[in-house]
Ligand binder design. Structure first.
Ligand code: NAD
Length: 434
């Protein structure tokens, strides 16, 4: 029976470790962050991801999933090693690959027999080939090895469900042996008739960037339409519903909002654009998508400042700091530029998020106040601003909100409410493109 190691216990690594152990493979997961491993060994997931802790507990109870801070234990015991470390952006948009190569270097130090190394991290075209060459030099005369790239498409907030039933599995390799080994590992997905796409390293790497760039483009597109709807007197939600009916367009990712964020779309569009700009083949669509997304943050702030004329001393309750509902992840959240700009303009902010408030406190400290729930965030404010699409924000007790506010004003940047209803209750209701 194949044994699996996973390097990196973040959103992707931990989901991979939990998912593969649920498929029945013995998995050892390791991370350079010792505190993370300590908390995982206690059965605690150090970030919010629905269902992950329960699935993890089941695998741990069965003895199929263990965590160790000692990478050598994980690597030596495994036949297949997944690398799921972070590949963050540098300020110029290029990808920081030092964690990836540190992980690959650690693998090479502890390898004495043939293993398959699978790159799950999102990496620019050519990286897996570089990994192969790097390992070839390090392992010459020691042992043989195989390399594959297997980009991940899970969404935070539904990570486990996406892992268990992905839209597709992409495997990039230059030989047939890794394909056979990964087909064995992913047998339950083959039985679920998940489409598998086999290709070379570069194509697999490009698939991930192309997918995320396309999704970013859809979000930026509908947000751009929302801005001009304000000028045209049109309703963006109706437009999104109508154009989404066209199967060539499709309804997904056409919800207008305050701009896309998270650990993937901003980073991957920036990386994609930077990579090909550097090589003399710019991606003007992707460059425009990034600029259009920044415009949406600025436009949201402008909507608020236009309403009050000046924001100096205006008190606002902000609902949501996570980049989307269902996660505690605040990486590149649209809330960050929006809150920063509001603070710069003199607004006094009270923040609430069901899961990301600790992260928010770390970021803004004393510059903001923090509330225990939606109603405390609304108490005594000149208005309430919905930034994140948490399900609980969709089900607010509007009478309680109205009573708590000192001025009945709602900025609904996720279009969670109907204008007519709010206006009937005496609210000033401000959304984008409606
Ligand atoms: P993350 O920051 O949550 O986790 C990365 C983990 O790797 C951290 O815990 C870090 O301590 C650990 N690490 C760093 N160097 C290490 C090393 N040498 N050995 C062992 N562990 C090490 O990142 P993430 O969100 O899980 O993303 C991982 C990769 O997957 C990235 O390339 C990302 O672009 C990609 N991806 C992420 C998502 C997502 O939704 N988060 C989805 C698809 C793909």
């Amino acid at each position: 029976m194949d044994k699996v190691a996973v390097l990196g216990a973040g959103y992707v690594g931990l989901t991979t470790a939990v998912g593969l152990s649920a498929f029945g493979w013995p998995v050892v997961c390791t991370d350079v962050d010792k505190e993370k491993i300590e908390s995982l060994n206690k059965g605690q997931v150090p970030f919010f991801e629905p269902g992950l802790e329960e699935w993890m507990a089941q695998s741990m109870q069965k003895g199929l999933l263990t965590f160790t801070p000692d990478a050598s234990i994980a690597i030596r015991s495994a036949d297949v090693i997944f690398v799921a470390v972070g590949t963050p952006s540098l300020p110029d948009g290029s990808v920081e690959l030092s964690d990836l190569f540190a992980a690959v270097s650690t693998i090479s130090e502890h390898m004495t027999e043939d293993k398959l190394i699978v790159i799950k991290s999102t990496v620019p075209p050519g990286t897996t080939q570089r990994v192969k060459e790097f390992l070839g030099e390090r392992l010459a005369g020691i042992c043989s090895f195989e390399v594959a790239t297997n980009p991940e498409f899970l969404r935070e907030g539904s990570a486990i469900a996406d892992f268990m039933k992905p839209d597709r599995v992409v495997i990039g390799t230059d030989r047939s042996v890794p394909i056979e080994r990964l087909q064995r590992i992913y047998q339950p997905l083959i039985e679920r008739e998940v489409p598998f796409i086999y290709t070379n390293f570069q194509t697999a790497e490009m698939i991930k960037y192309s997918a995320n760039s396309f999704l970013a483009m859809k979000v930026a597109f509908i947000n751009e339409i929302s801005r001009v709807c304000d000028l045209a007197g049109a309703d963006v939600l109706t437009i999104a519903r109508a154009i989404g009916q066209d199967p060539r367009i499709g309804p997904a990712y056409l919800q207008p909002g305050p701009g896309y964020g998270g650990s993937c779309l901003p980073k991957d569009t920036a990386a994609f654009a930077h990579f090909f700009r550097e090589r003399g083949m710019p991606l003007p669509i992707i460059e425009a998508v990034m600029e259009s997304n920044h415009m949406q943050h600025r436009y949201a702030v402008q909507k608020i400042s236009d309403y009050y004329n000046t924001l100096d001393g205006i008190k606002l309750g902000v609902l949501g700091t996570a980049f989307k509902g269902g996660t505690s992840d605040m990486r590149q959240s649209p809330a960050i530029p929006i809150i920063n700009q509001l603070l710069q303009l003199g607004a006094e902010l009270t923040l609430y998020d069901p899961q990301a408030l600790d992260e928010a406190r770390q970021l803004w400290g004393d510059a903001c106040l923090y509330a225990e729930d939606e109603y405390e965030a609304a108490a005594g404010q000149d208005g309430i601003v919905i930034v994140t699409d948490w399900p609980s924000f969709r089900q607010l007790d509007l009478d309680r909100v109205a009573q708590a506010l000192s001025r009945k004003v709602m900025f609904d940047f996720r279009s969670l409410y109907q204008r007519a209803k709010l206006e009937q209750m005496g609210f000033d209701y401000i959304a984008i493109g409606r």
